[in-house]
Each structure stands twice: as structure tokens, then as C-alpha cells.
Design a protein around this ligand. Structure first.
Ligand code: GLU
Length: 430
């Protein structure tokens, strides 16, 4: 998939090819062994399923789904499930690769995995979504499990969907198995703090990034693209920093107010109107998703989907810090432009690792049947993600001392890839 906009050079936008290109770039800088590199360029296993779902009118529709195990040298596969109309195997493969680097950078005992179903949940009712969730788990049930592959929420999936999936999986086994799917409601042993952990982790990274840039976050202006599991809670938690969220969008449109948006009011309104394009409040102006990205703010948080900052708009980004809360929002070409322009672009698999870190806590708690308080969860999350941040910084410094200036993303890749390659090496894979 190539994008050609006006004068801009065609740019590769296939997420899987992008993930391979990012790996290739890091492999070259770090001098990665050729065989290790070849293993890491492809997923180990992919499963494609077609499964029937009963619809509200009594008809049966066939849905296509995927589940990918990217590399399990360091532990079972781990990663979310997306319900998306444009889902495809290449995107799931890329997301599984990014999960591999994410869990490795956080030093969790996992490999990377991901799943997805091609569907438009906005056009389905709750019963259809439940039937779809159960159907998908029946189809991939033999491919997951607490020791093999642990699923979780992602774009357009949530804790209720994880509950239906856990129920269906437990029925398949004939006993309760809470450790195969994380991001569950706390009623069935989800972890405290999991619901907003992606955003919480991202804001811990922002705290460290701001220290590095000597930016005072009090009254800092933030723009957020996305109003889902990540963006909504980033909006909510930004209040604790004293920062001002001046713009936020969903897939339909965005709203902007230079004075700062009111979280409680907007969250309640969004729940009522569904899409922000229907917002009629006088306290905010409408903006497009494109305009939001180019706003004059201190911090830009892409928290929606892939390929939002490309070589077509990277030179127009005005934020001083870009905090990639989505998976894959910045293309490799844009990454280079932002780096050359001195913008601190914190990579996705560091910034959004809070979700999987707390998923890991959930799995540990499910395995031990011993449960932690929210406070304990956040403290442990802070320790792990701050350590990841410092590992990235230390790697950048190590390379700089040897005359090589590398971006935070390349440094993060080096940390993550080195650990997976070392595990494959001692296991005798190469
Ligand atoms: N879907 C989230 C991610 O992309 C969380 C994954 C998980 O908790 O396993 O990181």
C-alpha cells in the first residue's frame, strides 16, 4: 500500500512492511546477526479463521479473524484483539511484531501476539457483538491459553468483550480459566487499574520526557487524537499533571478550545452523542483530525490508529513532544523528519506499554489467585515503565558516545531486539 499526496514522495504504508523496515534499520545500527534478523522479520505462526455468527434478524454471517504468534523465545505470546472494518493479516502481523518489542522492552516474560476480526461494531448491537466475541474464541480457542498466548483488549474491544470471551473459553475447557485473557472486568478477576493503564503508563513516560526537555507540564497545552481506551483516559489523567487538553478528536471529528476542554462535560457529551461531529457545545470549535495534528501545542498525543504522521505532515508538526499512545501512528519517513527537527518523538512500544504491563500483573494475579490494590499496581507500573524509558536513554547515550546519533525509536528497538536475539541464541535457535 503506497500513499501519494501531491508533491510528496510515495511512502510505504503497509504496517507489516513498516515494522520490517524499522527492524532492518535497528539491525543495521546494532550489527544484528543475520540469522537472528531473518527469524525476527517474520511471525512464527499465523492463524486465519472464518466463523459463523448469528445476527439479530436470524441470519448467519461469516466473519474472518486472525491470530498471530510473532516470536515466543522469551515466553508465551501476548497481545490484544482488534475489531475493525479494515482489519487484515498484514496489520495484525505488524501489531504482533510491535507487541514482541513492547514486551521485551518492558522486560516481561512474554513474546508478541495479536488478533483481529474484520467487522464494524458500530453497526452491530450488543447481542451480535457478544455472538461475534464468542464465535471468535471458539474458532481460535486451541491457539490461546495462559501458557501459550494470552489475549487482551485493543481498538474497538473492551472489558465486557473480554468477559464474554473468558466465559466462552472456560466453557470450552469445562473449568474456569481466568489467565488466558487479560483486561477483564474486576468482577471476574481483572486487575485493578487495568482500565486506564495504557494512558497512565503514557503519562509516566511524558513526565520523564518533560524532565528531559525541561518542560513544565503545568499549563502545558496538549492535543489528543483519539477518544478510545487510550485517548479518553489520557484526557482524564492529564488533569493530574495540571496540563490543559486544548483539543481532542474521535474518528469523526475533533473539538478545540484554547482555554482547555472540560473532561467531565465532554466525556458525558461524547457518551450521549456518540461521535464528536455531532457536538454542538458553544465552548469549543470543531477541527478536523488533520488540523489537530498540526496544532501549536506543547505535547501531541496520537492515540488512535496507524499512519497518522507521515512524510506529508511531519514537517508541519508544531508540538515539542510527540507521545505515541497509539500503535504505529508515525511512519519511518516521518520519524526521520521529526528527529531531524529536534522534536522528541517517544515511540509507541514504550509509550503505550502500560496496558500490557498491567495485563502482565493481571496474569500474575490470576495465576497466584492473590490480588493487589490499585495503588500497588500503579507503583509497579511506574517502576517498570520508567526503567524502560531509562534503558532507551542509556542506549541512545551509548551510541552517541560512539559517534552515532540514534532516535528514541531505534534505541528502543535495539534494547528489545537484543533481548529476544539473546534468548533465541541461548535456546540454540541460531
Ligand atoms: N492492546 C494493548 C497493546 O497494544 C494491550 C495488550 C495486552 O494487554 O496484552 O499494547
Amino acid at each position: 500500500m503506497m500513499l501519494n499526496i501531491g508533491n510528496f514522495m510515495a511512502e510505504e504504508l503497509d504496517p507489516f512492511k513498516i515494522s520490517q523496515q524499522q527492524l532492518d534499520d535497528a539491525a543495521e545500527v546494532m550489527g544484528l546477526d543475520k540469522t537472528a534478523h531473518a527469524i525476527l522479520r517474520e511471525p512464527m505462526e499465523t492463524l486465519v479463521v472464518n466463523f459463523p455468527v448469528k445476527m439479530r434478524d436470524g441470519s448467519v454471517k461469516i466473519f474472518k479473524g486472525f491470530r498471530v504468534h510473532y516470536n515466543d523465545a522469551r515466553g508465551p505470546s501476548k497481545g490484544g484483539i482488534r475489531f475493525h472494518p479494515q482489519e487484515n493479516l498484514d496489520t495484525v502481523k505488524a501489531l504482533a511484531a510491535w507487541m514482541t518489542w513492547k514486551v521485551s522492552l518492558a522486560n516481561l516474560p512474554y513474546g508478541g501476539g495479536k488478533g483481529g476480526v474484520i467487522c464494524d461494531t458500530k453497526k452491530m448491537n450488543q447481542t451480535e457483538i457478544e455472538n461475534l466475541s464468542r464465535g471468535y474464541i471458539r474458532a481460535i480457542g486451541r491457539f490461546i491459553g495462559p501458557k501459550v498466548d494470552i489475549a487482551a483488549p485493543d481498538v474497538y474491544t473492551n472489558s465486557q468483550i473480554m468477559a464474554w470471551m473468558t466465559d466462552e473459553y472456560s466453557k470450552m475447557l469445562g473449568y474456569n480459566e481466568f489467565g488466558a485473557i487479560t483486561g477483564k472486568p474486576t468482577e471476574i478477576w481483572g486487575s485493578e487499574g487495568r482500565f486506564n493503564s495504557t494512558a497512565m503508563g503514557g503519562l509516566y513516560v511524558l513526565r520523564e520526557a518533560a524532565k528531559l526537555r525541561k518542560m513544565n507540564l503545568k499549563n502545558a497545552k496538549i492535543a489528543i487524537q483519539g477518544f478510545g481506551n487510550a485517548g479518553k483516559f489520557a484526557f482524564d489523567l492529564s488533569r493530574n499533571l495540571g496540563a490543559k487538553v486544548v483539543a481532542i478528536s474521535d474518528s469523526s471529528a475533533g473539538v478545540y478550545s484554547p482555554k482547555g476542554l472540560d473532561y467531565d462535560k465532554l466525556a458525558a457529551e461524547k457518551a450521549k452523542i456518540g461521535e464528536l461531529k455531532n457536538y454542538t457545545g458553544k465552548d469549543a470549535e470543531k477541527v478536523s483530525n488533520e488540523e489537530l495534528l498540526e496544532m501549536d501545542v506543547d505535547v501531541l498525543i496520537p492515540a488512535a490508529i496507524e499512519n497518522q504522521i507521515t512524510n506529508a505532515n511531519a514537517d508541519k508538526i508544531k508540538a515539542k513532544i510527540v507521545l505515541e499512545l497509539a500503535n504505529g501512528p508515525v511512519t519511518p519517513a516521518a520519524d526521520k523528519i521529526l528527529f531531524e527537527r529536534g522534536i522528541l518523538d517517544m515511540p509507541d512500544f514504550l509509550v503505550n506499554s502500560g496496558g500490557v504491563i498491567v495485563s502482565y500483573f493481571e496474569w500474575v494475579q490470576n495465576t497466584q489467585n492473590y490480588y493487589w490494590t490499585e495503588d500497588e499496581v500503579y507503583k509497579r507500573l511506574d517502576t517498570i515503565i520508567t526503567k524502560s524509558f531509562n534503558d532507551v536513554l542509556a542506549t541512545q547515550k551509548k551510541y552517541k558516545d560512539n559517534g552515532k546519533k540514534i532516535s528514541p525509536r531505534t534505541a528502543a528497538y535495539i534494547v528489545a531486539v537484543e533481548r529476544v536475539a539473546a534468548a533465541m541464541k541461548v535456546r540454540g535457535w541460531y
